[in-house]
Design a protein around this ligand. Sequence first.
Ligand SMILES: [Zn+2]
Ligand SMILES: [Zn+2]
Length: 285
Amino acid sequence: MKNVLFSDTHLHVNPVRGLGAEKIAKKFKREGGWFIAIVALPPYYYGFEEISIESYMRVIELISREAARARELGLEVARFMGIHPAEIDEYYKRGVRGEKLYSFLNEVLKLVENAVRNGLLDGIGEVGRQHYTTSPERFVFSEILMRNAMILAKDLGVPLQLHLEQGGFITVLSIKTLVDSLGINSKHVILHHTNTETSSWANNYKLPFTAPVKYFNEEYLKSGIEYCMLESDFLDDPRRPGVSAYPWEIPVVVRNLVAKGGMNEEQAYRILVDNVVKYMNVESP
Ligand SMILES: [Zn+2]
Ligand SMILES: [Zn+2]
């Protein structure tokens, strides 16, 4: 396993509550890491409580700062910001809803657009649909916003990370239908945190996906590796330990699988390097 470099295509950093990018990058780099995609958390995770554009601007600044630290330590980094479907629920609970929330969140998308154009972000996400029960109205809201984000990703030519319900065939069909009707390059539409069934349909429909390392095993590999990348979805929140994996579990799991003969080194390289270069728009290591 000398030649395999490791990547984590979806993780969160929280220097306010958790480890922050510097500690994460140091440890991941030591374990053989070359690339991480840092996905911004909603503003209130960082203590920016006000529902305002200012709060989202502060998130962009924070993510840029964090990414710079990881880069200084020798990692390649992609920065993502979107509107998580849980944010829509949170704002509804706080009493901001309907038209008012829709125009506000479209302003946030405009901010994301400007940040990408100014080199402060490298992609959009996560956006998508709730994976838990919510009201039908909020679900439709999330879907419309996801569609707007898709159009933006198309215009900008950047990768988009989708957070979705894990509905197997139906989830993938709905995304494929949107991608086709909007004329988007599907190599940039990435389904994140997919379970075995959903990833196998994503593979059938030629949509890239990021497999959570905690599900990744011989069985998962049967979904196919052509469109597969790996993620920890690390939350970097010490108050919620165990809700996801640590980035450095990726090298452990992959090394184990290769040692057991569950996958070979070429397959590992494809997943951890080639696919990342192709779908995340980054330069090869
Ligand atoms: Zn997610
Ligand atoms: Zn996430």
